[in-house]
Design a protein around this ligand. Structure first.
Ligand SMILES: C[S@@+](CC[C@H](N)C(=O)[O-])C[C@H]1O[C@@H](n2cnc3c(N)ncnc32)[C@H](O)[C@@H]1O
Length: 209
């Protein structure tokens, strides 16, 4: 089954990357500015972080948040577990696929995903799953690098994509905002910067009518 093979391949890729991920992100986090605190400060109640990675967002969640984190990679989750312990923070960390979340509909008040919709093979399915597990009236919080605002930037990204998509599963020309709108969520806050290459947003699932 192609899906299973792909999952195994990317799991191995991220397991291998887990030891050096935090060091690499020290450089990228400068580009992403204050996006981690911007996202996490808006989380409330039962919160799911999708593709939690090594838990780099954990220090920024307010104390009242009940946090669950999923990721495809046990290696990344292992680092996140150590970080949670060091921070004295209780987090329910589980191995799972963002494209098929193992939670019933309407389970969470907040769903967070940072810098991962660029790496999840079917990002539309992932946004659809995040919408499904969000309670009516709940908030989706996303931050990622996206297709740039001007064509010269996108032309460079297209060349980068030609290498990174097959080798690392990393996409530079995505725009999660479109999927969020297609799912019927209402965008309440949105910021785009660094030549339009980074976008972060807060979008609400309509309350049940
Ligand atoms: C670039 S890292 C981002 C980690 C973290 N969200 C952050 O902000 O630092 C991408 C993460 O996506 C995870 N991932 C990739 N595909 C996934 C999938 N289908 N389901 C769940 N996690 C996935 C990887 O294991 C990795 O931890």
């Amino acid at each position: 089954m192609a899906g299973e093979q792909d999952r195994g391949r990317w799991r191995r890729y991220w397991d291998k990357a887990s030891a050096s991920y935090d060091k690499q992100m020290r450089f990228y986090d400068r580009l992403l500015a204050d996006s981690r605190p911007w996202i996490c400060a808006q989380a409330t109640g039962d919160t799911l972080e999708v593709a939690v990675g090594t838990g780099l967002n954990l220090p920024f969640y307010p104390p009242g948040v009940e946090l669950t984190g999923i990721d495809l990679s046990p290696g990344m989750l292992g680092v996140a577990q150590t970080r949670a312990r060091q921070l004295g923070r209780t987090v329910d960390l589980r191995e799972a696929d963002a494209q098929a979340l193992p939670f019933p509909d309407a389970s969470f008040d907040t769903v967070v995903c940072t810098f991962s919709l660029c790496a999840i093979p079917d990002e539309r399915r992932a946004v659809s799953e995040m919408t499904r597990v969000l309670r009516p009236g709940g908030l989706m919080l996303l931050a990622d690098h996206i297709a740039g605002a001007s064509w010269p930037v996108r032309a460079i990204q297209r060349m980068i994509d030609a290498v990174t998509v097959p080798l690392q599963g990393e996409h530079y020309l995505r725009r999660p905002l479109r999927q969020v709108q297609a799912e019927g969520l209402q965008v309440e806050r949105r910021e785009r910067f660094k030549l339009g290459v980074v976008e972060r947003l807060a979008a609400r699932k309509p309350a049940a009518g």
